[in-house]
Design a protein around this ligand. Structure first.
Ligand SMILES: CC(C)(COP(=O)(O)OP(=O)(O)OC[C@H]1O[C@@H](n2cnc3c(N)ncnc32)[C@H](O)[C@@H]1OP(=O)(O)O)[C@@H](O)C(=O)NCCC(=O)NCCS
Length: 154
């Protein structure tokens, strides 16, 4: 893996440690997601994180470099497919292989659960990231994507 550089371009570590995040690190993860432009007004990121950590079939993997949370990826298995959300690498650490490492960790997490496919959604306003996934061997499949908000019934 490429070395990890700090904001001034100094080498600070050659190792990123990837671990499942606990509830105590949610604030740091949300800060990372905000800086990476992943937050949307209709999603509550703290609640998203809390549920992903609490649910037995999902996790938020955190990448630590030099003791700092520098990357995240939320991964989950729905019993049929594996999904990835909230992939983010802190700006100062991009283009050094950390994103690739985080996706490899998601793939391993899913393979341990015998999932046979990993997939993710990319927003239309984030098309640049398609080249990243292409470099990792991901194909852009032709689907129409439908969704519906479910009202909470009390
Ligand atoms: C997308 C993101 C996670 C990539 O992280 P990263 O650590 O910079 O990626 P890597 O360094 O591991 O790059 C892996 C490969 O993709 C390429 N790549 C990375 N970002 C790229 C980009 N924006 N355009 C073209 N290629 C890119 C790298 O050159 C590298 O290619 P190579 O290994 O064949 O030389 C990071 O840019 C990010 O956090 N973006 C903002 C959040 C986001 O959009 N998340 C995805 C939501 S779907």
């Amino acid at each position: 893996m490429s070395e990890i550089l700090d904001a001034r371009g100094c080498v600070i570590s050659e190792v990123v440690q990837i671990v499942p995040l606990g509830i105590d690190v949610i604030d740091a993860a949300v800060t990372l997601w905000r800086d990476a432009g992943l937050l949307r007004p209709w999603n509550n990121p703290w609640e998203d994180a809390r549920q992903a950590i609490a649910c037995p079939s999902s996790a938020i993997l955190g990448g630590y470099g030099a003791g700092r949370l520098i990357a995240t990826a939320m991964v989950g298995y729905d019993g049929h497919r594996g999904w990835v959300y909230y992939l983010a690498v802190a700006k100062n650490y991009r283009r050094h292989g950390v994103g690739r490492l985080m996706m490899a960790a998601c793939e391993s997490w899913l393979m341990e659960r015998e999932a046979v496919k990993i997939q993710l959604m990319v927003r239309f306003d984030n098309k640049d990231v398609a080249r990243f996934y292409g470099r990792l061997g991901y194909a852009n499949e032709e689907f129409l994507f439908f969704s519906k908000r479910l009202e909470q019934r009390s």
